[in-house]
Design a protein around this ligand. Sequence first.
Ligand code: HSE
Length: 296
Amino acid sequence: MKRVTVRVPATTANLGPGFDAFGCALSLYTDVTFEETDGGLEITGCEEAYTGPDNMAYTSFCAVLASMSEEVRGVKIHIESQIPICRGLGSSAALLVAGAIGANVLRGNRLSTQGLLNITNAMEGHPDNLAPAFYGGLTASMVDNGLPVTVNFPLHPDWEILALVPDFTLPTSKARAALPAQLPREDAVYNIAHGAMVLKALELGDEKLLRNAMQDRLHQPYRKSMIADYEKIEALVRTMGAAFCLSGAGPTLLCITRDKTLKTRLETKLSALTGANWEVLKLHVEFEGAKVLKSE
Ligand code: HSE
């Protein structure tokens, strides 16, 4: 039976004002192996709760086969993931992307990456994690007539990204339910202007511009009360000179800096906080995106 292993990077979505549009691939990975069998579903390498037919690697695997009018036979799926689950670092998107690529490779690579993005975006509802997971780097996406369109943006090479990952989870559905259905026009204008500046600041390596631009009125103000010590940590990070935002829907917090000493300085201060335990992960941008590690 044919077997394929796919590696997909973690992703951070929104980058402050770019709600549901901006995303960036990061240096943590999920490897998923798919092996077709004569019948049944077997999922290993993850918690028992994720071994059923609603596992996202399996649902996207099936969706891609369905789009080719191909029968779903049995499949063994083995997951090895470094991406923390339900923390705003794209663990679900990574599984969707892996399943889509796995199915496509096993059936002769008949769909393009754009085709796979279309299918998975219809499942996820927004392309901000999916696009960088497929393409790597910094991306902005829009959805027109139900179809995602993605472009990559250049990034200055010196950025260092710290992901502050807490010991509690926050389901994206809960974090989205907290958002208002409508926004004042001045808040919409604020986000458009700040979003454009974030992309330019990331390209130029302009830390001061990024710190000012990476502010948001669309989602972060409505979500911060669900995250212990959010305001204290934001103040701390900004005082230390770095840019700050929520990673995706949270609860992970993101610091972007060119200062190589920030991690050590921040860890000392974070250990004094009492609302949660925070692990500080030092990451870099992953420019490659999802790839096939092995196909046999
Ligand atoms: N943009 C999404 C949100 C996160 O903030 O709810 C992941 O797609």
